[in-house]
Structures are given as structure tokens and as C-alpha cells.
Design a protein. Structure first.
Length: 139
């Protein structure tokens, strides 16, 4: 019988830029950009960047934020809230930013819906005015 009391997990998992790029579908250029912006701070092993588990988690948050249209500044605010005041502060800042982004997207959706309605009305008028062209386009 083996008792796992003496076994330890490696204290510190690291990742190469290649590993993170593969895992998240990001480019090395993007990771270097996030580093320049102060969002990631990899260590160095000779000339190679070495990313920590914390960097990996931050990258995941950065990419999710970018996917929903958050700016670099907004993402930085969320990450800094954690660094300065912990998880509760980060969650409060994220909630504030998310609610703002939702309002922006809802306004955009309204504008897009109006644009679609205007274009449909114009397309319908033109199709009635030029039925031969409309038939050719429908084919």
C-alpha cells in the first residue's frame, strides 16, 4: 500500500510561449504585445520567456475579454484590481466593466437593427423598380 503523504506536486508549473500559443490559439506576437502592455510578466530563462501558472490564467482572462470587445485598458483595470485588492475587488471591477460593455453592445444592436430595416426597405423599393435586375440577382 502506498501512502501519498510524502509526494508533492511540482511547486511551480511553467509554460513556454509556444505551449500557450498552441493551447489558446494566440500568436507569439500577441503574447509579446500583452507583455508590452503590462498585462503579462513572464520570467526569463536565458533568452526564452517562461510563463507561470498566473500568467496562463491572466492570458485566459485577456483573451476572453478581447473576445467580447473589452479594451486593453479595461482588461488592465480588472487585472490590477486583483493585484491590488484581491478577488472581491477584481469581481466588482469586472462587474462594472461588463455592465458597461453590455450597454454598449445593446446600443450597437439597436443601431444594426435600424440599419438592416433601412436597407431592406431600400432593397425592396429597388427590386420593385428594377424587377429584371432583382430576378438576375436571385438566380
Amino acid at each position: 500500500m502506498t501512502i501519498g503523504l510524502g509526494l508533492r506536486r511540482p511547486p511551480y508549473r511553467t509554460y513556454s510561449i509556444t505551449q500557450l500559443c498552441r493551447e489558446f490559439g494566440a500568436t507569439p506576437r500577441a503574447l509579446r504585445f500583452y507583455e508590452e502592455q503590462g498585462l503579462l510578466s513572464p520570467g526569463r530563462r536565458e533568452t526564452a520567456r517562461v510563463y507561470s501558472y498566473k500568467d496562463r490564467a491572466r492570458l485566459q482572462l485577456i483573451l476572453r475579454g478581447r473576445r467580447v470587445g473589452l479594451s486593453i485598458a479595461q482588461i488592465r483595470d480588472i487585472l490590477e484590481a486583483y493585484d491590488e485588492d484581491g478577488e472581491a475587488a477584481q469581481n466588482a471591477e469586472a462587474l462594472r466593466i461588463f455592465q458597461t460593455r453590455i450597454a454598449e453592445l445593446e446600443a450597437q444592436r439597436s443601431e444594426v437593427d435600424e440599419a438592416i430595416s433601412s436597407l431592406r426597405a431600400a432593397a425592396d423599393r429597388l427590386a420593385k423598380q428594377y424587377p429584371e435586375t432583382a430576378k438576375l440577382l436571385a438566380s
